[in-house]
Design a protein around this ligand. Structure first.
Ligand SMILES: [Zn+2]
Length: 116
């Protein structure tokens, strides 16, 4: 069910874009979704088909690309891949401060729209 509010936002962005640029139809929406996100592709498309009914983005295809999770060290700026299920993955491999934050892999991002 958590896909629903996300899809509402994505649809709104697509429709705003369609109105602003006088687009007749939105054919596809390219999304980047972080690998740590629990959004499921088939549910996203399911909700999208339902919510987009009758509008300019009706039945647009969601093209979902999974983005690997990455951490960045707040001390030295090193960027490294997040290894799931390991607490040690939060430790910077260069300076070993352990003070790292997630910079990619959790949210979603609208990359572009295919329109007519
Ligand atoms: Zn570091």
């Amino acid at each position: 069910m958590h896909e629903l509010p996300v899809i509402e936002k994505i649809l709104k962005v697509a429709l705003d874009h369609a109105v602003k640029h006088r687009v007749k139809r939105v054919l596809a929406i390219h999304l980047e979704v972080g690998e740590l996100s629990d959004l499921e592709d088939q549910w996203m498309q399911h909700y999208f088909d339902h919510l987009s009914e009758g509008g300019r983005a009706e039945k647009a295809r969601l093209v979902i690309e999974r983005i690997p999770a990455r951490l960045q060290c707040t001390q030295c700026g090193e960027i490294f891949p997040f290894a799931a299920a390991s607490d040690e993955s939060n430790v910077c491999p260069v300076c070993v401060t352990g003070d790292c934050r997630l910079i990619a892999g959790k949210g979603y991002f609208i990359k572009n729209l295919e329109v007519l």
